[in-house]
Design a protein around this ligand. Structure first.
Ligand code: NAP
Length: 285
């Protein structure tokens, strides 16, 4: 885009979700494309569950070059795509779609983005770790696959709806035989499972509206245990506040957002964004 002016050649990228107005992806991706002199814009599209099929069909017809997928569409979009990359196949969830000629190809950059942030921002050692993963939706799927690949010892999936948690781990049993996988209802976690945890990850939307996560007693976790909240808006959720008050290392999902966004950018544009440009774009907000 020449000096911020759209032309007939400007490519369109975007994000679909509901809600989507809280997303920082438009700010990050537009800043990164401008810094790389790419003639493109990235726009948010609010898409309801009922309208997902017609929205994806519309994105196809409009020749959108690529888009991110956020809450609540990460799994529902799969049958609407032409192909899945290994990252999305393994996770069973899609957060990035790349258009190649007339085909829409689903990828998952959430999992690798989270692992990068856990290691570099929260200084986590994942090899052999015992992890409590709260949530069983699209983000949790990506996280589960990436954590298994990173060599954790066990993952306990805690979810409001037990069936979803059980279904989630059932999908992973065969692929990751060395990782101990368990599913529990959010408010029925056995105390010994909490007592051995090295890391708790929130992969639900709880906290976006200031909600607490009832049923997980942080006080029962070992002193060294860390807390990672995928929610990044607001920057300090009640979970993070409670964790920090008890002296734990605890971080929001901004680093994951940036890392998954950098990976998506590379998939769309064939090169990584200018170093630090996405972080600077969202830090100034
Ligand atoms: P999703 O597929 O809709 O899953 C939502 C999850 O939240 C489900 O496990 C659901 O439990 C749980 N949940 C929702 N409302 C709840 C409530 N009132 N009480 C208890 N549990 C509740 O959404 P998603 O795509 O996985 O996203 C989840 C969160 O992760 C969102 O906040 C999203 O912004 C965040 N995220 C952040 C990043 C990042 O880069 N930082 C990346 C991906 C996602 P049920 O199964 O019982 O409904």
């Amino acid at each position: 885009m020449m000096q911020g002016i759209m032309t007939g050649k400007t490519s369109i990228y975007g994000i679909i979700g509901n809600p989507v107005s809280h997303s920082l992806s438009p700010v990050m991706q537009n800043a990164a494309m401008a810094a790389a002199n790419i003639d493109a814009v990235y726009v948010p599209f609010k898409v309801s569950v009922e309208e997902l099929p017609v929205a994806v069909s519309g994105l196809r017809s409009l020749n959108i070059c690529g888009f991110n997928v956020t809450i609540p569409h990460k799994t529902a979009i799969i049958p609407l795509l032409d192909e899945l990359a290994p990252s999305a196949l393994q996770a069973g969830a899609v957060n990035t779609v790349v258009r190649v000629h007339d085909r829409l190809i689903g990828h998952n950059t959430d999992g690798d983005g989270m692992i990068k942030s856990l290691r570099s921002d929260l200084d986590c050692r994942l090899d052999g770790a015992h992890v409590l993963l709260v949530g069983a939706g699209g983000a949790a799927r990506g996280a589960l696959a990436a954590l298994c690949s990173a060599g954790v010892a066990s993952i306990s999936v805690l979810n409001r709806t037990l069936d979803s948690a059980e279904l989630l781990i059932a999908d992973f049993f065969k692929c990751f035989k060395k990782v101990e996988l368990n599913a529990y209802r959010l408010n029925q976690i056995p105390a010994p499972v909490i007592a051995r945890a090295d890391l708790l990850i929130n992969a639900t939307s709880l906290g976006m509206q200031g909600e607490k996560i009832a049923g997980v007693a942080l006080a029962l976790m070992p002193d060294h245990a860390k807390v990672y909240d995928m929610v990044y808006n607001p920057p300090v959720t009640p979970l993070l506040e409670e964790a920090r008050q008890s002296g734990r290392s605890a971080l929001n999902g901004l680093g994951m957002l940036i890392a998954q966004g950098e990976l998506a950018f590379s998939l769309w544009h064939g090169k990584p964004p200018v170093a630090g440009v996405m972080l600077r774009a969202v830090s100034g907000l």
